[in-house]
Design a protein around this ligand. Structure first.
Ligand SMILES: [Zn+2]
Length: 146
């Protein structure tokens, strides 16, 4: 696949990659509809890149878009925003680093610099979920999933 940068620090490849989808042969994971690419682009332009620019350190996306079969295979929520390319999971490698990133994102939001649909602390900072709606209203919800 050709590397297509969505923003300076985020590529389409990175938003689609999934070891599970590769292993199980879910080829549609790597050839998403144009609307999904549009949503991933908006997610990166409006949210991930501004966070990255302010944070000043690489951010690892552990899960971006998920095709239906992948979402089912990993037990994702049936209406997960990962299915539409509107969400990304961020994992900085430790709970401490994930909590630090979460608080940094919250601080950017409180300063009025970014908005999001949902920011979720997943399982005591095992990872951070963040989403941005391409159309409609972004709710700026901060949630904890235990
Ligand atoms: Zn997620």
């Amino acid at each position: 696949m050709m590397i297509q940068q969505l923003t300076p620090n985020f590529s389409l490849d990175e938003m689609l990659k999934s070891p599970t989808a590769s292993r199980k042969g879910f080829s549609e994971q790597f050839n998403p509809p144009a609307t999904v690419i549009d949503s991933l682009t908006v997610l990166c332009v409006r949210l991930l890149q501004p966070i990255r620019d302010a944070y000043g350190k690489p951010m690892r996306v552990s899960s971006g878009y998920r095709c239906l079969r992948l979402n089912r295979a990993i037990g994702g929520a049936p209406k997960s925003q990962h299915l539409t390319g509107e969400a990304a999971d961020l994992d900085m490698g430790s709970r401490e680093a994930n909590q630090q990133l979460f608080e940094f994102i919250l601080d950017l939001h409180k300063k009025g610099l970014i908005e999001f649909d949902q920011l979720i602390n997943e399982y005591n900072f095992a990872w951070v979920h963040i989403s941005f709606k391409r159309t409609g209203i972004n709710r700026n919800q901060v949630l904890t999933v235990a």
